[in-house]
Design a protein around this ligand. Structure first.
Ligand code: ZN
Length: 196
């Protein structure tokens, strides 16, 4: 018998699920690979460069990335050299095990927080441990947009969105837009359809 395809919705700002912590992935099966494939499709459809499973309502520690090769740092970091040519990639159970003390500001956006961009200050370089879809361990150090995006996505897995990390001043500058977004989200149950 054919299994019914699960239906996913994009979860938006204010929805309770985005505040939840995602569970460790322990089974590396076809279902996980299918989920990652769907996430890549959805991310492309929505013109994003990163997506965490919780953003489509699945509380699993799985993220997908499609970081442009053109974002490579100069000089490139080992993780960028390793991962950028392989994009899009899925990282399972990603963990940031080291952060540089060196910080940098960057205007972030998020598919779950549509049309709002705001400056977030984060460590410039990180060391990451993760697994691939087959359960093989991966470990790398990276900077650039890749490091930025991984920090943003791992935050999602821990129940945070980038707007939780704004300075008071930046938060004030977008607070009206955020309130409007929350109101709009509530009306639609904090979900948006994903075209497929
Ligand atoms: Zn996001």
């Amino acid at each position: 018998m054919l299994k019914k395809r699960p239906r996913y919705m994009l979860q938006t700002y204010g929805g309770e699920i985005l505040k939840k912590s995602s569970a460790q992935v322990t089974v590396f099966d076809r279902e996980l690979a299918d989920l990652a494939n769907f996430m890549v499709k959805a991310m492309h459809e929505l013109n994003g460069i990163g997506l965490a499973a919780v953003q489509i309502g699945v509380l699993k520690r799985l993220i997908v990335l499609d970081i442009p090769q053109s974002s490579m740092s100069n000089p490139p970091t080992p993780g960028e050299m390793q991962l950028l040519p392989q994009m899009p990639v899925a990282l399972v159970n990603p963990q940031i095990v080291e952060f540089s003390s060196d910080l940098e500001p960057y205007d972030e956006g998020c598919l779950s927080v549509p049309e709002i961009y705001a400056e977030v200050i984060r460590p410039r370089q990180i060391k990451v441990k993760a697994q691939d879809l087959s359960g093989n361990n991966i470990e790398f150090e990276c900077g650039g947009l890749l490091a930025r995006c991984i920090q943003h996505e791992v935050d999602h897995l821990d129940g945070f969105v980038f707007t939780d990390r704004l300075s008071d001043e930046v938060r004030d500058s977008v607070s009206e837009e955020l309130t409007a977004l929350k109101r709009r989200g509530k009306k639609f149950n904090y979900q948006r359809d994903i075209k497929r």
